[in-house]
Design a binder for this molecule. Sequence first.
Ligand code: TYD
Length: 186
Amino acid sequence: MSLFVTFEGPDGGGKSTQARLLVEHLRRNGHDVFLTREPGGTAIGDQIRRVLTSLENTAMDPRAEILLFSASRAQLVHEIIRPRLDSGQIVISDRFYDSTLAYQGYGHRLSLEALRAITAFATGGLKPDLTLLLDLAVEVGLRRRQKGGHWNRLDAYNLSFHERVRKGYLELASQEPERWCILDAG
Ligand code: TYD
């Protein structure tokens, strides 16, 4: 049975660790599972990821950002996610389009309607079956990121940006409670 599960949440919430643990658990129980992440997850997507995270690209406009995230996502769906779901695998992704709605929509205040249209085009309408939100106070998340040494351009937005992202996630979850599960990442 195919199943598409995504992890979402602010930076420093431990998504990658929890995604890996879930994959290990499912594999031990005999399931065929594939783990991927955004931005990236393909050779083309990883090149786009480098452009997005480079500390040299501070001049990047949020609209350019969303198109790059979407380009990476389109490639990931086409090359990795769709074929695996079609062959009955479980696919787990560390971030998917809800990150765009939360960061570019709520964080940068771009039109949610436009973002949903771009997203639907990029994914061919693919939606996760289940989305796990690792919710965390903004200060805690940013502190963990700084300590972890993985600081990149996208972490450098100010505190109120990250607060809007968190609120955005909670709002998205409340709009589709049957798809989302909120976990306390503190
Ligand atoms: P992240 O998962 O934090 O990568 P890493 O763990 O290596 O830092 O993702 C990178 C950043 O990209 C993160 O700050 C969230 C942001 N992002 C968006 O703004 N929009 C998107 O659509 C996606 C997928 C990520």
